[in-house]
Each structure stands twice: as structure tokens, then as C-alpha cells.
Design a protein around this ligand. Structure first.
Ligand code: DX5
Ligand code: ZN
Length: 217
């Protein structure tokens, strides 16, 4: 299982030194929490910051779009350098079309569900997605507590994966003690924000987190 750092809790001015550390320690996916202040009660960043990050990140940039109108911004995020775009099922009236648009722009297409949204709402489009992201907090802020009830949704997605090829990613409230259990359930990527970016050096936090996953592949 891979750890995908979320920069939401990072000091953005320190990213130019933190990102090479993450990359050298084997991290290949960076999670970008884009918030519009409407879909979630917080406002973060958009394509300009992502364009600044791109030259400093050799791996995958995945944008988690927490916005009410992702269709209007897909091209801008791909142009800024995102390799994967993840949209919320809850705001996509024509989800299949949105996912096809993302792929036609040359990026991987992901769909994300809030904790209360049943996985059954995306059963028909699983053959068309590269990744399913399950929120284990209500989106909008880092540093919240992990919602264990979402694990039932993980188990369903793992069962349904036979015959499909989507990655399973979880996001929110994930700390070291959650990692081995998530890995054994069949999760492919775990997003970690405040457990990685806090008062301790990123390298120390990541070293500890990596002891809880067999290999960061
Ligand atoms: C929340 C974001 C998450 C969050 C993770 O809306 O989607 O990616 O930043 O941060 P932690 O790990 O602190 O919950
Ligand atoms: Zn996120």
C-alpha cells in the first residue's frame, strides 16, 4: 500500500524542501486538496499553486476536487500538471461524461465518495474509473478523526473489484495505527496529511509511517 501525502496541512513555503525529501523516501503520489468554499466550508488553492509544485514533483499529482462545478475546471487542472483528477460523485450530475472528459484530457479519472454516500451509487461506473477514493472524514479540513464505519464500504469495493481494475484509496484522519489494517483490507493508497505535516520533520514522520506498510508500492 502506498502513502499519498496531502499537502493541506503543510507549510506551503516549505514545500520546495519537503517535496524532494518525500520523493527520495519513495513517495510517488502527492494528494492535492482543492476546496472551493461551497462544496466544503474551506478554501484552499487551485492551478497556480499546482503549476509551482509540478517542477518539484517527479511523481503523480492527484487533485481531489472538493468543488461544486468540477466540469468547469478539469482542463485547467490537467494543464497545471495533474496526472489524476478525482471528482465527488455527489456533485456530478453526468458522472460518466465527466470521467470520460478527464480521460480525454489525458489524465487518470477518479471518483470520491463522502462517508455517508453509499458505494452502490457508483456501481455502474466502476468499469470506467481508474481509482475510487473513500473519504474517512467529512471533507473540508485536515486533522479530523477517522470514521471507522467507512471500512464496510472498503470491503464492498474490494469484493466488486474482481473483473475491474480500479485502485482503492482512503482519505481522512489516517494515522500510523490505521495503516496495517487498511493494507490488509486491500487498500492501495492511504492519504495522510496532518500525521505527516506537523511540528516534527516530514522525514521523521514518514519514516515512522512507512514502518506500518510492507512496501510503498
Ligand atoms: C479533507 C481532505 C483530506 C485531508 C487529510 O477534506 O480531503 O485529504 O487533508 O488530512 P488528515 O490526514 O489530516 O485528515
Ligand atoms: Zn483529500
Amino acid at each position: 500500500m502506498q502513502i499519498a501525502p496531502s499537502i493541506l496541512s503543510a507549510d506551503f513555503l516549505s514545500l520546495s524542501s519537503d517535496l524532494p525529501v518525500l520523493s527520495q523516501m519513495g513517495i510517488s503520489v502527492l494528494h492535492l486538496d482543492v476546496m472551493d468554499g461551497h462544496f466544503v466550508p474551506n478554501l484552499t488553492f487551485g492551478p497556480p499553486l499546482i503549476s509551482s509544485i509540478k517542477p518539484h514533483w517527479p511523481g503523480i499529482l492527484e487533485a481531489h476536487l472538493m468543488m461544486t462545478n468540477p466540469d468547469d475546471h478539469l482542463k485547467a487542472f490537467v494543464s497545471a500538471g495533474c496526472n489524476r483528477i478525482i471528482v465527488h460523485q455527489e456533485v456530478c450530475w453526468h458522472l460518466h461524461r465527466t470521467l470520460q472528459t478527464i480521460k480525454n484530457l489525458g489524465a487518470e479519472a477518479g471518483v470520491v465518495l463522502n462517508p455517508a454516500t453509499p458505494v452502490e451509487t457508483i456501481s455502474e461506473i466502476l468499469p470506467f474509473v481508474d481509482l475510487v477514493l473513500l473519504m474517512t472524514v467529512n471533507p473540508g479540513f485536515g486533522g479530523q478523526s477517522y470514521l471507522a464505519f467507512v471500512e464496510e464500504k472498503i470491503k464492498k469495493l474490494v469484493n466488486w473489484r474482481k473483473g475491474n481494475s480500479y485502485l482503492i484509496e482512503v482519505d481522512g484522519g489516517i494515522k500510523a495505527e490505521h495503516l496495517s489494517g487498511l493494507q490488509s483490507m486491500g487498500v492501495d493508497l492511504a492519504v495522510v496529511g496532518s500525521a505527516l505535516f506537523n511540528q516534527n520533520p516530514v522525514s521523521e514522520n514518514l519514516k515512522d509511517l512507512l514502518t506500518h506498510v510492507t512496501s510503498n508500492i
